[in-house]
Design a protein around this ligand. Sequence first.
Ligand SMILES: [Zn+2]
Length: 208
Amino acid sequence: MRIGKDGLAEGARFVSSPNRDERPAGSTVDLLVIHHISLPPGEFGGDGIVELFTNRLDPTAHPYYATIAGAKVSAHFLVRRDGELIQFVPCAKRAWHAGESIWKGRVRCNDFSIGVELEGTGEVPYTDAQYARLAALARALAARYPITDIAGHSDIAPGRKTDPGASFDWPRFRRLLDIRRRRPKKNSDRKRRNVKLPRRPARKKKKR
Ligand SMILES: [Zn+2]
């Protein structure tokens, strides 16, 4: 997978979301934020997520929809259960996925992050196809942008958000990234891929 200069991922289905704007001038995109979503909650495969991110969700279609219809939100990407990749916002633009958030002392994480939604609940295991696609996407993003950190939404909005949840296997995800980084094809690839993708932050704060 490659991310083009226009910030669009090759091979992704692009569905344009209006829930975006410009990143602040001089922003460096260095954080990848992992989320989960399912609409209706706990159900997979429907059109609800795409409708929500494009402001077309029918509030009468499901009781839960009435509570979220009108929310102006979108992530850059959605990875469906079967591994399909949908992109809603070009990476150069600011997608509205993180809300009130802070990472390493920097607030408003939307300014400097790329948001990826996994179709899931945080309780049901994510699929093999999702891990494979997410890892490919993360590598492609790291080749295009100076990504230094990967965090869950729960890490940047603790107490407010729980996604991607207990069922997201961080060690497995990290292994998928590491394996590819150990097998660079060319020196130029090695240089590009030699990004530090740090471990997930510890749940409990240790003394600093
Ligand atoms: Zn989230």
